[in-house]
Design a protein around this ligand. Structure first.
Ligand code: TXD
Length: 319
């Protein structure tokens, strides 16, 4: 069976890490695309030279021409600018919306059959715009945010309880921003729901609240430490988990920004929900029941996303 082809649009911090992970896991041959000529080619060559040491046979190529992504099975988009200290994800909207238009056109022309994972911020609005600009079916365009936010939540829980990360599951719904909705009720340690972990006295309610807030602030905490950019190792690992579920038809249920057509009472917007990802892309939106307070928090998050989408429509009326 011919190797799959993975196109990475954006060869920056996350793009380079995506390339490393995709090649090391031999998910397919990698095309690194960027508008800064030289960067994709240099990173692809350097990564290729790690192949003999790591033992992978994936090939990597760098390019500044969209024609080189032709026939890609998966396209992962990080093109755009990241935030700096003091900037919110929303501050990136105008600049990155223009980038999504270019990327959407390139995908439509050269990789219209691909499964597209958008990472660029502000995520929920950018994945919505990318789907519109590319014209690809909504089930083949998803956003990566919930896997990252859930991974942050899981890390903080495992670190606090000194248990294996493998035995911690977590759900985070809603937009990738301050209004995201971590769901303790659907998060477990060894299969034990978090509220029971609190009842058992293994973790205090205050500590859980602190962890939830630290999850919400996860991106800003790293931006504040790095000062020159934002998180990239965990975002890349999260997108690769989504890509692998598609490429290997794993039917994982992962929190992703997906296009809702009435699920959760939401129509025509991308927002983070549990999604079954397989060879058909976003094959099923899993609708979990939410309590009154959870639904209220979710609706608030959807409203924040809709505000960003309205801002996109004002900037690009054709959307
Ligand atoms: O969970 C999430 N979704 C977020 C997303 C997690 C972390 C970072 N998040 C966002 O991903 C971040 O706010 C940015 O919008 C993207 C990419 O972050 P990264 O850290 O990789 O940014 P870099 O290192 O600046 O890389 C961006 C690359 C850079 O090499 C630019 O030259 C390139 O994008 N770029 C373009 N490529 C193609 N086409 C155009 N127009 C273009 N403009 C810039």
């Amino acid at each position: 069976m011919a190797r799959k082809k993975i196109a990475l649009i954006g060869a920056g911090q996350i793009g380079g890490t995506l390339a490393l992970l995709a090649a090391t896991k031999e998910l397919g041959d990698v095309i690194l695309f960027d508008v800064v000529d030289g960067v994709p080619q240099g990173k692809a060559l350097d990564l290729s030279q790690s192949g003999p040491v790591e033992g992978f046979n994936s090939t990597l190529k760098g390019t500044s021409e969209y024609k080189d992504i032709v026939g890609a099975d998966v396209v992962i988009v990080t093109a755009g600018v990241p935030r700096k200290p003091g900037m919110s994800r929303d501050d990136l909207l105008e600049i990155n919306l223009k980038v999504m238009e270019q990327v959407g056109a390139g995908i439509a022309k050269y990789a219209p059959e691909a499964f597209v994972i958008c990472i660029t911020n502000p995520l929920d609005a950018m994945v919505w715009a990318l789907q519109k600009f590319s014209g690809l079916p909504a089930n083949r365009v998803v956003g990566m945010a919930g896997v990252l936010d859930s991974a942050r939540f899981r890390h903080f829980i495992a670190d606090e309880l000194k248990v294996s990360v493998q035995d911690v599951t977590a759900f985070v719904l809603g937009g990738h921003g301050d209004t995201m909705v971590p769901l303790p009720r659907y998060s477990t340690v060894g299969g034990i729901p978090l509220p029971d972990i609190v009842k058992m006295g293994w973790m205090s309610k205050e500590k859980l609240e602190q962890i939830i807030q630290r999850t919400r602030d996860g991106g800003a905490e790293i931006v504040g430490l790095l000062k020159t950019g934002s998180a990239f190792y965990a975002p890349a690992a999260s997108a690769i988990e989504m890509a692998e579920s598609y490429l290997k038809d794993k039917k994982r249920i992962l929190p992703c920004a997906a296009f809702l057509k009435g699920e959760y009472g939401v129509k025509g917007t991308y927002v983070g929900v549990p999604v079954l990802i397989g060879a058909g892309g976003a094959e099923k939106i899993v609708e979990i029941s939410l309590s009154g307070s959870e639904q209220k928090a979710f609706d608030k998050s959807v409203a924040a996303v809709n505000g960003l989408v309205d801002a996109c429509k004002k900037i690009a009326p054709k959307l």
